[in-house]
Design a protein around this ligand. Sequence first.
Ligand code: GLA
Ligand code: ZN
Length: 700
Amino acid sequence: MLAAAGIRRPNRALANPNGDPSPSPLLLGVDYYPDQTPEALWDEDARMMAEFGFTNVRIAEFAWALMEPVEGKFDFSWLGRAVQTLHKYNIAVILGTPSAAPPPWLTAKYPEIVEVNAQGAPLHPGGRRFTCPTNKTYRRLSLAIAGQMARTFADAPEVIGWQIDNELTLSSSPRCYCNYCQAGFQEWLRSKYGSLDNLNRTWGTVFWSQTYTDFSQVPVPLPSGGDPNPSLALDYNRYQSYANTSYLEEQLAVLRKTCPRHFVTTNNVGLPLDLIDLRSLYEKLDFVAFDNYPGFFEMLLHEQSKSGPVSWDYIYTATALGHDFARSLHGKPFMIMEQQSGKAGQRTFSPQPNKGQLRLWTYQTIAHGAMGVNYFRWDTATFGAEEYWHGILNHDRSKSPGFDEIKQTVKELKALGAEVLNASYPAETALVFDYDSDWALQIQPGHSGLSYTSQITSWYGAIASIRSGIDVIAPGADLASYKIVFAPVVYVLSEAQAAKVRSFVQSGGVFISNFRLGAKNEFSQMARTPLPGPLRDVMGVTIEDYVPIYSAKQGVKFSSALAGADGECGMWADVLQPTTAEVLGSYTSGAHAGRVAITVNSFGKGKAVYIGADLDPASLTRVLRSFSALAGVKPLLDVPSGVEVTVRSSDRKQWIFLLNHTDAAQTVNIPGPHTDLLTGESRTGSVSLGAYGVRVLQAS
Ligand code: GLA
Ligand code: ZN
């Protein structure tokens, strides 16, 4: 195999003394496309990438047609030569399995592998990410090419790891509704519920006469004259998440068996994309890898936003949320597999980032726990759907506007070294992100404007203004290490999750939630007790009424404990009936004027806060900050708005990251003498940050 691909056999002793994935170099690299580049340029590219300081490349994730031009006829000779060329310049290789884009011969011979969208229409070849995650034929063919690649490169010294497929969360049609998925879903239900009686009872299928007398009768939620059974719809989203995860894990098993020396991951765009439960998808992988394009994100939000320009405060905060989520998935440093390196987009694209922003956005990933960054991409494609997704070299292979800035950044990150890049990220605060509540709220939002991910992003923004580390955790996660836990819109709540919250508050924690708490159980059936269901005792209230707000204006008057300007209530108001809780705010107008909007309950040694009102951002920030202070969370540093501060630490050292997201110079007061590791300067009292400036400070 190796010889066939023109690869010389490694001396294993060096590469991997005791068999576990060999320690990889610092992962500071670039995504490279030898499959799209004339071979005559490979040597020059590799030499330039080495001079640039890159340690690795990711290649081949879209090269199926070249690696298997005819079914069963594999040709890795070109890839072997590319890998050799890179090795000549000591550049390590991450190989991508190419199942995100099958070749035309495959879709022509096996047309049934395409995805069927939520309207029941099949997708068509010609783009990418259009295949069904359940289809056994596609899985067999994907496994065949991944297996061949693995056997061919298992012992290649240059190869250090694998990326399975590409961005499973990203597709024009996020879920598949085809017959193969229907059969897969029915199988999944059989193993989850065991009996039809249990399924019918749990879903309440007697409603609208949907009682199933055979699992083969269970449909997928395609258009049907009326809304689907919400329990079925929630389980279907869970099935699709499972189908993508098991599809990935099939390839993982082959790679683990064939390439025990190599690490394995996959890349995704994290929150607010919520198609697949990324906790299950990354569970068995070596580390989490995400893709990060803040400039492109700004353009996307601009295109989607009905309410005018989007603030950069929102963009860098939502980006920070994505990073904290990536880190929290494994609770350890993660990698950025694709980092923006210039203008970004397809049909429409974002402008060249301002000078300093590419470096700033890179440091934001490191500041939130990244241990490696690969830039997308080395050159800019001169053909294909992404001709405007600019790389480090322009279309004419001249230096792109960001070339020197990124080169400088890579040099600096190398100087910071493994100790800083692999340091941990202390957090006393946790924000709960729950796929079930997210999906159940998408299925039945109650108010068309109510979006779980928007609530999560606005809460994250309010909490981030406290300037302290935030983990983004799963419901049911261990809460013991946190002082305060924020959990907005816990629409789906199981007894087990409620028990975790109960013991957390009992032992002194502060738990803060808001409207719709506990409205549904884990089967998406309504709680049959007064709300907030299983947490009535902890919250010390019951819900008198839940009110979607359309035209009526509603406000909130705060009690002296939360003294401050009256708040506005957006699209939802839970009207609270305190049992043991203390009133902190009341509605000011309409049918519920004077009724209770916000409460705090002392429970055990802790506190539980229920915010019934969909508070305006300023009031929400004030309320969440005051309880964070009450919980004893101290800001890392007092910094001006638009400046981010994070801390990473190893057992003996701490590093403060200061990130200026504004185009104006800023000054930050610092306690005691510090050394800026990027400039070597020793500073006391205060440090200045230029526009989009970055500082990495170590106490001296
Ligand atoms: C994504 C994909 C890449 C490429 C880049 C730029 O993140 O993973 O293949 O499409 O974006 O679009
Ligand atoms: Zn399908």
